[in-house]
Design a protein around this ligand. Sequence first.
Ligand code: PNS
Length: 161
Amino acid sequence: MRVIYPGSFDPVTNGHLDIINRSSSMFDEVVVAVLDNRSKTPLFSIEERVELIENATSHLNNVKIDRFEGLLVDYIETMGIYTVLRGLRAVSDYESEIRNALANKNLNNKVETIFMVSKAEYTFLSSSVVKEIASFGGNVKNIVPPNVNLALSKKYKQMEE
Ligand code: PNS
């Protein structure tokens, strides 16, 4: 079975990587689909986000990194993979996740969304929290992979110059 794990991944965190690691041992293939949202300005470009995930998951043979624009259901159709995987951290995620899952189902009845519960230690963790801490020079070493930690330091240093 193949699944699509979509997200913004700006940047990928240890919480995302935990979901990728665990799902890669459950499914034949996990396609990490990075949203290229032109209407939002992310901290990392689409190329940077893809590369950061590629480097952090290079040990996983059945994990593929891809990018998509527009509606997830359109990407799903082009891939021919109708199972979407999302991580659930806390009750606060539930409302938006159910809304998206139902919207996708409404757009294409073939789409099934499955949820994987995040590790308890990552319940607080999000890309926004990582950026907030890193932007003030805080330590994010234990919540992002080493390559992301380095990329964050470089990015904020560049922005200061
Ligand atoms: O990491 P995120 O930001 O929580 O990921 C959200 C994502 C990218 C999965 C979701 O916003 C998405 O699928 N966006 C594409 C547009 C779309 O299809 N939205 C769902 C129907 S409203």
